[in-house]
Design a protein around this ligand. Structure first.
Ligand SMILES: Cc1ncc(COP(=O)(O)O)c(C=O)c1O
Length: 399
């Protein structure tokens, strides 16, 4: 008998949602369907434009049973009507930006965020006649002031990379709606365990599944969640036509990772709090940013908006390049590597000259403000699931 999972708790949904009972094999775990094409038993259009929700499987770029299971599980966690999985987080991001915005539209976007998204907004969108205004979205008034008659979308990332700024999703959703603009939220750092932006009024949620949701550093993926109406168009244009479809094998790995997301996030947050407190008391550490710390400038908003502070900690020390070199050679358990949200701890120095100047194009007083927080660079620490004492011991030897 299948239960109505929408009434179950988030841990139950993480394990059971989307996992269709296979009536042929009666398998308990989901099978993988790797087939790129499917035997067709009725007349079906050769154009993805004619896809209906009840069209049988035809070709994996249009739809695949394993990818569908991943989409259904994530939709159940985000409490979304619909979800589309993509090959990477950037495929999901560009699907939303290029699949919705058109020439003459205006986008308001956070001024500091994941550099790939920042670079697409600043370098790619203007080529297609889309105006972009980056603002500090941790102050809602900046968003209000940036809105224009042709603003079609507001894009937030919360917590944001790497300053871990929090944007007030509910307030900004009201403002965006009032101006007839869509609100898209990159919720990769938060995950649905911490924040469900659609429930706070956002129209679209974007995830890099490569991070916490997959959780094990072995599969890339991305996703967009939202209303069925909003996503039907993207499924044809951005998935079938732009073509960034996820491999069913990666979808299967991420589906497996997602089942333990609630318990992993509890441990990530507990370890991050232990590490952030250790760093805050370390004499060589000049600044620590973690939404769970009372010293975070938006701790109150984070406490209101997030059910879990997640596992990302940013910190600053003097001689950062020299410290980074020591980390590369001398860490015992922490990997000096990009990415985040894996079970292994990952550390990387985000140099201000790369990020603030190249990716965000900050100049003058804006660059000065960034430097006041980040200095020459911030260490972005994705605190893993190892024992907190071992993580701190690894840091202690380096610092
Ligand atoms: C917040 C955020 N959004 C999007 C992405 C892009 O995801 P992917 O690397 O899966 O393309 C990343 C990657 O680091 C990210 O940190």
């Amino acid at each position: 008998m299948s239960a109505d999972l929408s009434k179950k708790g988030i841990s139950t949904r993480a394990i059971h949602a989307g996992e269709e009972h296979d009536t042929a094999s009666h398998s308990s775990a989901p099978d993988i369907v790797m087939s790129s094409t499917f035997r067709v038993e009725e007349e079906i259009s050769f154009s993805a434009n004619n896809l209906e929700t009840d069209t049988p499987y035809v070709y994996t770029r249009w739809g695949n049973p394993t990818n569908d299971q991943l989409e259904e599980k994530l939709a159940a966690l985000e409490q979304a009507e619909s979800c589309i999985a993509f090959a990477t987080g950037m495929a999901a991001t560009t699907a939303v930006l290029l699949g919705i915005l058109s020439k003459g539209d205006h986008l308001v976007i956070c001024d500091t965020n994941y550099p790939g998204t920042a670079e697409v907004a600043r370098n790619t969108l203007p080529r297609f006649g889309i105006d972009v205004t980056p603002v500090d979205t941790s102050d809602t008034e900046n968003v209000s002031n940036a809105l224009r008659d042709n603003t079609r979308m507001v894009w937030l990332e919360t917590p944001s990379n790497p300053l871990l700024k929090i944007a007030d999703i509910a307030s900004i959703a009201k403002i965006a709606k009032g101006a007839g603009a869509l609100l898209a939220v990159d919720s990769t750092f938060a995950t649905p365990i911490a924040t469900r932006p659609l429930q706070l009024g956002a129209d679209l949620v974007v995830h890099s599944l490569t991070k916490y949701i997959g959780g094990h550093g072995d599969a890339m993926g991305g996703a967009v969640c939202g209303s069925r109406e909003a996503l039907d168009h993207l499924r044809t244009e951005a998935l079938s036509h732009f073509g960034g479809v996820i491999s069913p094998f990666n979808a299967w790995l991420i589906l497996r990772g997602m089942a333990t997301l609630p318990i992993r996030m509890r441990e990530h947050a507990a370890n991050a709090m232990a590490v952030a407190s250790y760093l805050e008391n370390h004499p060589r550490v000049e600044a620590v940013i973690y939404p769970g710390l009372e010293s975070h400038p938006q701790h109150e908003l984070a406490a209101r908006q997030m059910d879990n502070y997640s596992g990302m900690v940013s910190f600053r020390v003097g001689n950062s390049k020299e410290v980074a070199a020591r980390m590369m050679n001398d860490f015992e358990i922490i990997h000096y590597a990009v990415s985040l949200g894996h079970h292994r701890s990952l550390m990387y120095l985000l140099r201000t000259e790369d990020l603030a100047e190249t990716s965000y194009g900050l100049k003058g007083s804006e660059l000065e403000q960034y430097r006041a927080v980040a200095g020459d660079g911030l260490f972005r620490f994705s605190v893993g699931l190892e024992d907190a004492a071992d993580i701190c011991a690894d840091l202690e030897r380096i610092l």
